[in-house]
Design a protein around this ligand. Structure first.
Ligand code: KIV
Length: 299
């Protein structure tokens, strides 16, 4: 039996894994960083095969795959299972686990313990946390435990109620200044990258210019160092209302519905299974089977 560890220790990239330091180098070279969300092994594998750089196992899973109306109900246990599935499918991209609501709000120690779960139990390369202010000491605690942290400011869905709903942030001079300060504070706290969600393009551009770590935008214009889209939005799999910043690259819901109803029609009309989908047995075995059938039972 091999004694080699299956999961490398934190800080030891698996062979073929994009080094996290490469992200700052990409920003330096103005090479756009591509991030998508994924929630299971097949989507992790497909995202890897498509050549993305970063995979976020977003707490958007609560809405896209678990059927909730918001991201708030996602639990640590659910997110660990989904992250573990993605890391089984993806090799090169860095896999970032999104810390769900309640997993980092209570204390620095709790935040670090939950981040450690994502690394030890799910094989995540990094974690993401929403917010600034009280989140800063959580970032420091997690980075202090040796785990890379991605920040997330602007529209932070876990606190959408406090923000007055799912709406763009930083549209007044005051709010914009606060976003710049928050981004700089997150960088100082040790974040390796920061997601900017639903903020004016000019504000995202200013933040991107002022930071040395890369920004990843979603609804933040074209000047950020990278972009992220949610898997189900990109592929046309999400049935809820799409936000303004979503671009749909496929309509897989229509494809899937068509394929499943063609299958249902085939079963109902006796067109499936065909000979080619069926196993046979030799004539001798069949004869013996008929000869040894339990007496008294009908065929
Ligand atoms: O949960 C998520 O999918 C996210 C992205 C929208 C950045 O946080």
């Amino acid at each position: 039996m091999s004694t080699r560890p299956r999961t490398p220790a934190p800080g030891t990239p698996a062979p073929g894994k994009l080094p996290i330091t490469e992200l700052a180098a990409m920003k330096e070279r103005s090479q756009p960083i591509v991030m998508v969300t994924a929630y299971d092994a097949p989507s992790g594998r497909l995202a890897d095969e498509a050549g993305v750089d970063l995979i976020l196992v977003g707490d958007s899973a609560a809405m896209t795959v678990l059927g909730h109306d918001s991201t708030v109900p996602a639990t640590m246990d659910e997110m660990v299972v989904l992250t573990r599935a993605v890391t089984r499918g993806a090799r090169r991209p860095l896999v970032i686990a999104d810390m769900p609501f309640g997993s980092f709000q209570i204390s620095d120690a709790d935040a670090a313990a939950n981040a450690i779960r994502f690394v030890k139990e799910a094989g995540a390369d990094a974690v993401k946390l929403e917010g600034a202010g009280p989140t800063l000491s959580r970032v420091q605690a997690i980075v202090g435990a040796g785990i890379p942290v991605m920040g997330h400011i602007g529209l932070t869905p876990q606190s959408a109620t406090a923000l007055g709903g799912f709406k763009a942030q930083g549209r007044t001079a005051d709010q914009a200044r606060r976003l710049v300060d928050d981004a700089r504070a997150l960088e100082a706290a040790g974040c390796f990258s920061i997601v900017l969600e639903a903020v004016p393009a000019t504000v995202a551009e200013e933040i991107t210019r002022r930071l040395t770590v890369p920004t990843i935008g979603i609804g933040a214009g074209a000047a950020t160092d990278g972009q992220v889209l949610v898997w189900h939005d990109l592929l046309g799999l999400y049935h809820g209302a799409s936000l303004r910043f979503v671009k749909r690259y496929a309509d897989l819901a229509t494809e899937i519905r068509g394929a499943v109803s063609a299958y249902a029609d085939d079963v109902r009309e006796g067109r499936f299974p065909e000979e080619v989908h069926t196993y046979s047995m030799s004539d001798e075995e069949l004869a013996e089977f008929h000869a040894t059938r339990v007496p008294g039972r009908s065929a």
